[in-house]
Design a protein around this ligand. Structure first.
Ligand SMILES: *[C@@H]1O[C@H](CO)[C@@H](O)[C@H](O)[C@H]1NC(C)=O
Ligand SMILES: *[C@@H]1O[C@H](CO)[C@@H](O)[C@H](O)[C@H]1NC(C)=O
Ligand SMILES: *[C@@H]1O[C@H](CO)[C@@H](O)[C@H](O)[C@H]1NC(C)=O
Length: 376
């Protein structure tokens, strides 16, 4: 989240540079602002919101008086219009009000680490300028706030660490979002089948209650994905072969689920992968040699599975300074493995995950093409 506030500051400096600096216009004493209808609307919106905030431990809202909204703490103006609100770490308790839709020029709304609760007002789809919405680490609840998907120009959607529940709607992966951060909620049900349609570079679904398979449809995968996190859900089935189509992937974490079967050979097509974590699942078979040859690899964890062996290439990872954790598997002759009886019954041992044999002889490009054409 630190990184994000830096991003916010950079965006803000950019906005200020473009608009030529902040500053309020002359206003009447009673709060209305006849010369600038934008600021007048902002005044109405912010006063309505202030009235809906019950606790303000840091006294932030003490500055929210008078018509010069550009002087309010956490409110950022450019050229006398409100372009951003950053109340991160404010500890504010309250709700969001429908009048926030009057902030037509606001491009950033960052409210992380407060105590806002309730649902997201249905009027927010009017916020045409809004590109970044960070509601993380609050107490919002109810079903997925689909209204956020109607904000026309949103690219950054951060709903992490709230109490949202129910299914994740398909549309989140069709929308033109660059970051989809839904982790640490109570989302349940299956991951929508159109997951791979998303043009996002970061998708975080960790620490929810999602069930079913990891869906990756071939032929549609959008290659820009750099990080995807499924960790700590209740996912089952195989890791799909299609994972190899995410050619820009740097972080893949599906640990703490109930995935079974083999690690697909197509993982070896992930040339940029740095962190590959499938620990705490029920995976089995040999660890594919090509996986251990990946040149960008920094951290490979396959601990707490039922893998039965790994190749010479994998043994070389120590020399390469890669953090390689294979503890508590069923690898003969290695230390820190499961006790023998646990290895007699491999979970999902009969599960058939699509596999392309004798990979060594074919290139990744050919593998992906064959995967692509074998799917409708
Ligand atoms: C504020 O003052 C202006 C001019 O004196 C008046 O037109 C306006 O109605 C007043 N607004 C409020 C909210 O009292
Ligand atoms: C897969 O197929 C789609 C369309 O059928 C094509 O656009 C895409 O380039 C193919 N991907 C690979 C890796 O061959
Ligand atoms: C590698 O990943 C594991 C699992 O996420 C983590 O515990 C460990 O600290 C990581 N190692 C490094 C060097 O980042």
């Amino acid at each position: 989240m630190e990184e994000k506030s830096n991003l916010f500051l950079l965006s803000l400096i950019f906005l200020l540079a473009v608009h030529g600096g902040a500053g309020g216009r002359r206003t009447t004493g009673n709060g209305s602002n006849p010369s600038n209808p934008n600021l007048n609307n902002a005044y109405i919106a912010l006063q309505a919101w202030k009235a809906a905030i019950k606790d303000d431990p840091k006294g932030i809202l003490n500055s929210w008086v008078g018509s010069n909204v550009c002087s309010y703490k956490g409110v950022f103006c450019a050229d006398s219009i409100v372009v951003g609100i950053d109340l991160n770490h404010g500890g504010l308790e309250g709700i969001l009000v429908k009048e926030l839709s009057l902030l037509k020029d606001m491009s950033l709304l960052h409210l992380n680490s407060n105590r806002f609760s309730g649902t997201i007002p249905y009027t927010l789809n009017d916020l045409f300028a809004l590109t970044e919405l960070d509601l993380s680490n609050n107490q919002f609840s109810g079903s997925f706030p689909t209204i956020t998907l109607q904000i026309p120009n949103l690219v950054y959607l951060d709903l992490r660490f709230n109490l949202f529940s129910g299914p994740i709607p398909d549309f989140v992966f069709n929308k033109n979002l660059d970051a989809i951060l839904l982790n640490n909620n109570n989302f349940e049900g299956q991951i929508p089948q159109n997951l791979a349609n998303s043009p996002a570079s970061v998708i975080n679904l960790a620490n929810n209650k999602l069930t079913g398979d990891i869906p990756i449809s071939f032929g549609y995968s959008s290659p820009g994905l750099k990080e995807i996190l499924f960790l700590n859900n209740q996912l089952t089935g195989c890791i799909p072969q299609g994972i190899g189509l995410w050619s820009d992937l740097q972080v893949f974490d599906a640990s703490f689920n109930s995935l079974m079967g083999h690690l697909p050979d197509s993982v070896s097509c992930l040339e940029d992968i740095e962190v590959l974590n499938v620990a705490h699942n029920k995976l089995s078979g040999e660890l594919p040699e090509l996986v251990c040859e990946l040149k960008s690899l920094l951290n490979l964890s396959v601990a707490y599975n039922f893998f039965s062996g790994f190749s010479q290439e994998c043994a070389k990872l120590y020399g390469r300074n890669v953090d390689f954790d294979f503890a508590l598997n069923c690898i003969p002759g290695r230390e820190m493995q499961r006790p023998e009886p646990e290895c007699d019954m491999i979970p999902g041992g009969s599960l058939s995950c699509l596999r392309i044999p004798s990979l060594k002889s074919i290139s990744c490009g050919a593998l992906l093409r064959s995967l692509n054409s074998s799917n409708p």
